[in-house]
Design a protein around this ligand. Sequence first.
Ligand SMILES: Cc1ncc(COP(=O)(O)O)c(C=O)c1O
Length: 427
Amino acid sequence: MPSQEFDYRDRAEKPTTGFLGIDKDLDVAYDDDVLNLSVGVSSPEILKKVTPLVLEATQHCLKIAETDQAKSLFQYGKPEGPLKTRKLFAEYLTSAYGDKVYYEDLMLTTGASAGVHNLLSSVLDHDGYIFIDELIFMLTYGIINQFSGLKVVPVKLNDDGVDLKDLEQKILKTDYASKNKSKLFWGVYLTVPNYHNPTGITFSDQVCKGLIKIARKYDLGIICDDVYNLLHYDDKIPKRLYSYDSMDDVDYKGHVISNASLSKPISPGMRIGWYEVPPRVKSVLCSKGMLVSSGGFCNYTMTLLASMFETGIAQEHIKFVKATLGERMHVTVNVLQKNLPSSCSFINPGGGYFVWIRLPKGKSAKDLLRIAKNKYKVFYLCGEIFSHLTERDFSNCLRITIGYYSKDVLEDGVSKLCQAIQEFLSE
Ligand SMILES: Cc1ncc(COP(=O)(O)O)c(C=O)c1O
């Protein structure tokens, strides 16, 4: 509701307030003098390679559309996206994941943000429960907040994934057994099992198996923001939680949803993502008004995506992105291993965008930021911005990202961050 002071006739655009709610004097999102290790976005150097990719794919795709009117990319499409794209993409994912991906399970989306919003509105009771990690990507939290009827329950996160005991105890505290369900799920657990944002952790095999047991026991849906799965920098390809929920099991119903995205491997601006969903979830999603009325999320881009993979240029591009980001992660981890004071620790993620650094307990990342930003010209996000509704204290933690700067700039910036930490801890 607008406040009483709201001027209804003032249409002038207002400057946005402090970056992500951080103190205004620390707002450096667009300050060229300061190295911004806070933003989880692709660098210009990587994004400029998207131009030839899109040009080639567009020419390829327009030629097909010209000769076959039935395949027009300018028409409404199907709720799940074009069959050809899903077949080509399933083939690619099968080889990238090293695990079978069925095109029948795929639905094309405009990325994980829209994907999660659509899921919450389609498969979860409007007065249902959403279990979230006590540390969560703050912008995802903003999406959850758009659903004011939901009850949000934070769950403890350990270095090997969600704390299964805590999750089960919190489920038992709800009225799940007597709740009148109006949608597919009375509750969902929303997480990032691989290269978690913000902590960089990947859920262990044991935690993944335990999660499937809990999901089946309580008929709890699990939404995985699989935004970083394709960005693994060592030979170990992380298994996605979706594949733990095996159809071969006698008690299989289909509880896991992979809500994935090409924003990081290709481009956030193009808005391309996908769901990998069990049959019962797919049938609900494909029948919902929004996707039926709009003919899928975006028939044009989804058709273009087929050409990107049919010509092989998308595969080549993702290889390049992985190699570039892998080098950046390697450099970052090396600098931290050499220069971070021994009283601190960090999680070496092996993939994704983020490195989570812990200062000694009682030392505030926000206090450190004043030295880091003002003297060493390095900016990052403090742990508190990711923690919601939890009693645990993350004020000694900080998140840096490897996505935006070249490896040389990162090497210098992370070294400066380590110097700032050394100075701060010796005060
Ligand atoms: C956990 C998580 N979910 C969602 C997103 C947004 O993804 P998309 O660009 O596909 O909407 C991000 C991107 O930073 C993310 O880290």
